[in-house]
Design a protein around this ligand. Structure first.
Ligand SMILES: [Fe+2]
Length: 308
């Protein structure tokens, strides 16, 4: 399956370049009362395995507005995989991206790997990970629409996450220059070279746009700020758009949230832009996050679900 050209789908979507009036209405609504602090995204809940309707609604309301919410639960360092999996079920996301380094449950345990294949991959080290959305190297039909993180244990030092709603980035870029959006919707903007393991192609080359509009009219973003092992189109307009995007990510703005997640906390998101600071473990605290990636967007949080 190839990426579908955006002008052939979802013309009703506010993200469609030809729907200017729809975009303006959606933008004004989106920016009105947009969360200003990380705390605005936080919902205190009991046990995620026994989420109440009210807790779920509070989380969904934030995801509707900002594509993300953070829960503070009472499960502490309990490593039960059912904790994030049950949150996913509440949001109707069933198609888990069971990648090759995932656990049997389909979740991925992100912690420092001291041996084995994992130690060669940055998520399993204690190094910083720069701005990206998850799964940008996946094929078009396996793009990650939602991302859940659950913290079993934090690092002794560091490991903060920064978060930025990809729809906000779309607005900021479109307000700068609408042609930036058209340019970043072109196929072939970002190419990830094939991954070769033991002289065999483990993952084929993947080429596609940064912004895609889903059949439901929602925005998907495929992006990494890393420069190694990625190939960007050298078209001048695309290069200009990318420079502006990098500036948005690297300079302070009111839409960026940053914080340290403690044990029992978790992120529920429609695969927003995020990064991770470097960290240091010690004997008593070794950072352990569960990560769940889904091919479905969080139910009830799309543009068709917004209040008029
Ligand atoms: Fe990530």
């Amino acid at each position: 399956m190839n990426f579908v050209a955006p002008n052939r789908q979802a013309i009703f979507s506010p993200f469609h370049m030809e729907n200017y009036d729809g975009y303006c209405r959606w933008r004004d609504n989106k920016l009105a009362n947009y969360p200003k602090r990380l705390e605005d995204l936080i919902v205190e809940i009991g046990d995620p395995r026994k989420l109440t309707k009210a807790e779920f609604m509070a989380l969904r309301e934030r995801c509707r507005k900002a594509n993300m919410a953070i829960y503070v639960s009472n499960t502490g360092i309990d490593p039960d995989p059912e904790i994030p999996l049950s949150v996913g079920r509440w949001f109707g996301v069933g198609r888990l991206n069971n990648n090759w380094l995932a656990d049997e449950t389909g979740l991925t345990s992100l912690k420092v790997a001291k041996e084995g294949i994992r130690r060669h991959y940055i998520p399993y080290t204690n190094r910083a990970i720069n701005w990206h959305t998850d799964g940008y190297y996946n094929s078009a039909d396996k793009q990650i629409q939602s991302l859940l993180l659950h913290v079993v244990q934090r690092a002794a030092q560091g490991g903060e996450n920064a978060l930025l709603d990809h729809e906000i980035v779309y607005i900021l870029l479109r307000e700068m220059n609408p042609d930036f959006i058209s340019a970043l919707m072109r196929p072939g903007v970002l190419t990830i070279p094939a991954r070769i393991d033991e002289e065999k192609v483990a993952r084929k080359e993947q080429s596609g746009p940064v912004f895609t509009i889903t059949p439901y009219g929602d925005l998907h973003m495929r992006y990494t700020i890393r420069v190694n092992n990625v190939i960007w189109s050298d078209e001048p307009l695309i290069q200009e758009a990318l420079a502006s995007l990098a500036r948005i990510l690297e300079t302070e703005n009111v839409y960026k949230f940053q914080g340290l997640l403690e044990p029992g906390m978790g992120l529920v998101s429609n695969n927003v832009l995020h990064d991770r600071a470097a960290f240091t473990d010690d004997d008593s605290r070794q950072r352990h996050y569960y990560r769940a990636r889904y091919f479905d967007r969080l139910a009830g949080t799309g543009v068709l679900d917004q209040d008029p």
